[in-house]
Design a protein around this ligand. Structure first.
Ligand code: SF4
Length: 397
């Protein structure tokens, strides 16, 4: 089976006010050391996860801010995977980028390295919103970066938006959606702002300095989002993700939502792999230590000279196992986020027909409310139920 790899690059120039991702603010990125640590982790994972040698079908550089790294860093990793595993016929190689970092030389370098998909963190085109969110780019940077990427030849660009930030009106969101339509990306990810513990914006909320967007307005925003993006030719295929056609759906994220095996490398990265039933559990999952300097220290020591280090992985990576029932619940929760729903045939093959029948029996009440539907092959949330996805899922599990 082809492999899906996620590589976490947890360095940023400054911390956004809403950010709960594992990342730290730095002036200089330790490229050479981090690359050595990633290679050391790959070798460790290969020893501990037998079969990790299939061609790579998706490789996703997330962060943090991957665009702080030079094109030669990505060339080195992609060449490494090419030698070690090779790539599938049409691999998807995504890089997350901050509009402030995009310059023409660098864009050409990314293309030459083999990156074929860019996820551009726009978030909003409104200056007051960018300030609220603590982004370090301005609206002009978004247009400039997008145009440079297109001119250089990137034919698969995803734009990230955040909505329902404090003070945002329906007209503000419409403005963002019109600007998005003008740029005509192949893919859009649009998430409601969430207030995560410890973030600067959450502290503002707790101190009463900002007023969150109420539920009624949030609902109107969700409807506006779907209508506007639909008119722009971008169809929802997951609760928060839209694409111009099936071809441009994020293959990497689909693997994640469908609970397929994936390998995460880097500080703060997680990975998961299904095991055979006779191992006594169903999924083995690991999450690496989030401090990149401790991660590098454990993987390579101080001088990039110890490729066999990292053996005592308990010091830098936590492993947990999920039993069959837990894995089934996760598969249902993730799969129902997709518009096409969960594949019942696959679910029966992987988890047995008993839990599937029990879940469908539980879903009967929701079906009567026209919030979900199912046939022999699929189980999905209806258009009416879409805006209640979280509560529907909580009633099912
Ligand atoms: S760029 Fe992304 S990872 Fe970095 S601080 Fe902002 S939201 Fe967090």
């Amino acid at each position: 089976m082809p492999e899906n790899f996620y590589i976490h690059l947890p360095f940023c120039r400054s911390k956004c006010r809403y950010c709960a991702f594992p990342s730290i603010a730095v002036d200089t990125v330790p490229e050479k050391e981090y690359l050595a640590a990633l290679v050391a982790e790959f070798k460790f994972r290969r020893r501990s996860l037998p079969g990790l040698a299939a061609p790579v079908s998706t490789l996703y550089f997330g962060g943090g801010t991957p665009s702080l790294f030079s094109p030669s860093f990505f060339s080195a990793i992609i060449d490494f995977f090419d030698q070690e595993n090779g790539f599938s016929a049409v691999p998807e190689l995504t890089l997350e980028a901050n509009p402030a970092d995009i310059h023409s030389e660098q864009v050409k370098g990314y293309l030459q390295a083999g990156i074929n998909r860019i996820s551009l963190g726009a978030q909003t085109f409104i200056p007051a919103g960018l300030r609220r969110l603590g982004r370090r780019h301005d609206a002009f940077d978004i247009y400039k970066a997008f145009t440079l990427l297109r001119k250089a030849g990137f034919g698969n660009i995803s734009l990230d938006l955040i909505y329902a930030w404090p003070g945002q009106s329906l007209d503000d969101l419409l403005f963002d959606l019109n600007k998005t339509a003008d740029l005509a990306p192949e893919h859009v990810s649009a998430y409601i702002l969430s207030y995560e513990p410890g973030c600067a914006i959450t502290k503002d909320l707790e101190a009463g300095k900002i007023v969150p967007v109420g539920e009624g307005l949030q609902l109107k925003m969700m409807r506006l989002l779907e209508d506007s993006l639909d008119k722009a030719g971008l169809c929802r295929y997951e609760v928060s993700n839209f694409s111009r056609s099936r071809r441009f759906q994020s293959q990497h994220n689909l693997a994640y939502w469908q609970l397929k095996d994936f390998v995460g490398l880097g500080a703060g990265a997680c990975g998961g792999r299904r095991l055979r039933q006779d191992y006594g559990h169903w999924v083995e999952r690991y999450c690496n230590i989030s401090d990149p300097y401790l991660y590098m220290q454990h993987l390579i020591g101080s001088g990039c000279q110890q490729p066999e280090s990292g053996r005592n992985s308990a010091l830098w990576s936590l492993t947990e196992t999920v039993d069959l029932g837990g894995a089934f619940t996760e598969a249902l929760m993730m799969g129902l986020r997709l518009r096409r729903g969960v594949d019942l045939t696959r679910l029966r093959a992987e988890y047995g027909s008993v839990p599937v029948a029990a879940a469908l029996a539980k879903a009967e009440a929701l079906r009567k409310e026209k919030l979900v539907d199912f046939d022999q092959e699929r189980f999905w949330i209806t258009a009416e139920g879409l805006y209640l996805t979280d509560s529907i899922i909580s009633r099912l599990v």
